[in-house]
Design a protein around this ligand. Structure first.
Ligand code: GKR
Ligand code: MG
Length: 437
């Protein structure tokens, strides 16, 4: 192939709003619609590659200069993408009520640890990297996993992501037929439906919503309903060291791992030193800079990778290599996402030898998508596509509809804000400082 065909001719950025159910977490509740950004990179050979990432305004600002700088560069040149973000100077959030405190340093809504300018840049770079690899794979007739060195498995296992939730958003919003889940019976019913629909074997409960006793009861109910199945609980750092240890004592026999029981490497290390329950994180190890201290202190036994904020599929593999080197396990984190991200997650997961836990995905909660046909989980697994690129097709009609929703929004939903969404139901709500319990 003529290398000129691999030069980028055009880049399209399409911000969209996708419907999201009223899922509860420590910061509040998901908004009725959440922003995502779809990146399309079109080569001179006329091949289009797809990427997806967070769509809040701050990510869009970083994406624009990359999109402008990319034409004329080769889709093979993914290592230079980060340098293209140099001119973007993303604004970091202030705490509610002003000032900077621990709440402000935690990613608002996304709950994926400290929010830094570089992490925001990497989250945007990841979508361009994915789009370039998709375009390269399609141009060469190779799946993305082949560009990453080849798959080591034919299917990738995902876990059911259980949430406390309301039946409907307060005020207007999209509806679904899942109903409320606010107690152990509701959580077990949700798990049964996930099991029936998608065959998931392992279950993760998003905690930090209710007092720990209530969440312990939910895990106990799950253990009874699904004996021997891997169970995880993730309160997003909402507990103190002592509370985390008390929960670990109560649930030690039932948990595959306890995810981010407390906030910060120091607290996690203290808990790890005093319990045998494996601790996992997608909050205290979220950048390469955070690795040395956390690994040296033995703060976590499992790191949840995420190609979005780790900066792409190649960097996810670098993280995996580090984890292997230090004997730390690997799982995969998820946030609200569509089928482009799911395809990228599956392609990179297929190449990670040390991925020994089922990956998280919010995808089954999403009723809308921009890819067609929608991926189907069988026995909780997705088959790894061997089709060129990511192996997905863009549904342009769906993309246009979701973009139209973004254009029509008055600006209030263009940034994910779970605390603001909670205030619709409870005007006095403020994201609770951690530790909450
Ligand atoms: O979607 O509410 C949510 C989750 O809490 C998400 O924001 C987290 O980033 O799922 C994530 C996690 O594992 O912490
Ligand atoms: Mg987590």
């Amino acid at each position: 192939m003529d290398a000129k065909m691999l030069l980028v001719d055009e880049v399209r950025l399409t911000p969209i709003l996708i419907s999201d159910p009223p899922l509860l977490n420590v910061q509040g509740v998901h908004q009725p619609f959440t922003p995502r950004l779809v990146v399309e990179v079109i080569t001179r050979g006329g091949v289009s590659g797809l990427g997806e990432t967070y769509g809040d305004g701050v990510y869009l600002e970083i994406a624009r200069p990359i999109a402008e700088a990319l034409p004329g560069r080769a889709v093979t040149d993914v290592n230079s993408l980060f340098a293209l973000t140099a001119s973007a100077d993303p604004a970091l959030p202030a705490a509610e009520g002003g000032g900077v405190d621990v709440d402000a340093s935690i990613d608002a809504g996304g709950l994926r640890g400290a929010r830094t300018a570089d992490k925001l840049r990497l989250s945007v770079v990841s979508a361009f990297e994915t789009a370039c690899l998709d375009a390269l794979g399609k141009s060469l007739g190779l799946p993305v996993h082949a560009l990453l060195g080849g798959k080591v498995r034919d299917t990738v296992e995902y876990s059911a992501y259980l949430f406390y939730r309301w039946a409907a958003h307060p005020g207007a919003g999209p509806t679904d037929d899942w109903g409320a889940a606010l107690d152990p019976a509701g959580i077990v019913a949700q798990a049964r439906r996930f099991d029936r629909l998608h065959g998931f074997r392992s279950f993760k409960l998003k905690g930090g919503v209710f007092a720990p006793e209530r969440e312990i009861a939910a895990i106990r109910a799950l253990a009874e309903a699904f004996p021997g199945r891997p169970l995880r609980l993730d309160p997003n750092g909402a507990w103190s060291v002592e509370t985390s240890l008390a929960v670990a004592r109560e649930l030690g026999d039932a948990l595959e791992y306890l995810e981010d029981p407390a906030s910060g490497t120091g607290a996690m290390a203290e808990i790890a030193a005093r319990t045998d329950v494996p601790l996992a994180t997608n909050m205290c190890v979220t950048t390469f800079e955070e690795v040395p201290e956390a690994f040296a202190k033995g703060a976590v036994r499992i790191v949840l990778c995420d190609h979005h904020y780790w900066g792409g599929l190649h960097r996810t593999r670098e993280l995996a290599a580090l984890c292997r080197t230090y004997g730390v396990g690997l799982s995969m984190h998820s946030n609200t996402h569509l089928g482009i991200s799911l395809a990228a997650m599956t392609q990179v997961a297929a190449t990670l030898p040390g991925l020994d836990h089922a990956c998280d995905t919010h995808y089954p909660w999403q009723t809308e998508d921009v890819v067609t046909p929608r991926p189907v989980f069988r026995a909780g697994r997705l088959a790894v596509s061997d089709a060129p690129g990511l192996g997905i097709e863009l549904d342009r009609t769906a993309l246009a509809t979701l973009h139209r929703r973004w254009l029509d929004d008055d600006g209030t939903l263009r940034d994910r804000d779970d605390a603001a969404a909670m205030r619709v139901a409870d005007p006095a709500w403020r994201t609770p400082p951690v530790p909450r319990w």
